[in-house]
Design a protein around this ligand. Structure first.
Ligand code: URA
Length: 275
């Protein structure tokens, strides 16, 4: 750096900035705020057209969710027309009213596995990738854990396993209440045709949907509720429990799920009951 008298203005400015930087001054401010936009010295960025004056227009998915009553009516008619479980599976596979079908993750309908007429129906949330590939519910890691737990509780071969929705949600997200509502007539018909004596509701999305409750699964699990069909004609005891996918992430919670299964098998096999 030349002597101050010989320095150019740029060199002087650099030297001053270096001094300030060493002193910890890393931002330049005026004594008073200066509104450059107000002063017209900087043109304000163009504002988007005032679309906010209008009510926001729903996208195709929101519009579909907003009016699902037509899809529910179609599902009710198709479900009611199914005289047995084979016809019901065919009706679900042919049904086009559930938006999950067109969201890109589902390649086929996944309806149930297990034994129609079994005393217990297990209802999960919705199929994942492996379930979609194989066309059967709970056949991935979570399903293998569920099978082990059911077998340990003496329930192997005594269950029919299904979900609240029959198509894989994209990214394995939780099915929405609207998607569950559209699939519900088929699920109710499956319950009517398979005739279980009890329901095990696996995970919060299943428990909330079937029982029409708002609490989380940790508050619902392990307590008996009564599931009732939409027309109120059928009712079954229903026990919410933790989802096996949750148990894989939180093995410490397995004890609580195990207690739930013992509660369930005890009630199922109480003297005077068969199945
Ligand atoms: N999780 C569910 O809730 N259902 C399945 O079928 C698989 C994983």
């Amino acid at each position: 750096m030349p002597a101050a008298a010989d320095a150019t203005p740029a060199q002087l400015a650099e030297s001053l900035l270096a001094f300030w930087a060493d002193a910890g001054v890393d931002a330049m401010m005026l004594d008073e705020p200066f509104d450059r936009i107000e002063a017209g010295r900087v043109a304000p960025p163009p504002r988007p057209a005032p679309a906010l004056a209008l009510a926001p227009q729903p996208g195709p998915r929101a519009a579909l969710q907003a009016d699902i009553s037509g899809a529910i009516a179609q599902a009710q008619a198709a479900a009611a027309a199914a005289g047995d479980i084979g016809q019901l599976v065919a009706a679900i596979a042919a049904f086009e009213g559930c938006s999950l079908r067109t969201e890109g993750a589902a390649t086929q309908a996944v309806v149930y596995r297990g034994t129609p007429g079994a005393p217990l129906m297990v209802i999960g949330e919705g199929p994942g990738a492996e379930e979609d590939a194989r066309g059967e519910p709970f056949v991935g890691r979570a399903g293998r854990l569920l099978d082990k737990m059911l077998a340990a509780a003496g329930l192997e071969g005594r269950v029919l396993i299904t979900n609240t929705v029959f198509w894989r949600p994209p990214g394995n997200r939780t099915p929405t209440p609207a998607e569950q509502a559209v699939c519900a007539p088929f699920l109710e018909r499956l319950i009517a045709l398979a005739q279980p004596r009890m329901l095990l509701l696996v995970g919060g999305a299943s428990a909330k949907s079937l029982l029409k409750r708002e609490e989380g699964i940790l508050a619902l699990r392990g307590r008996w509720f009564e599931w009732t069909s939409t027309d109120g004609a059928a009712a079954l005891p229903a026990l919410p429990t933790l989802h096996p996918a949750f148990l894989l992430r939180q093995p410490g919670a397995k004890k609580r799920a195990w207690q739930d299964l013992l509660t369930l098998s005890e009630r199922l096999d109480r003297p005077g009951r068969e199945g």
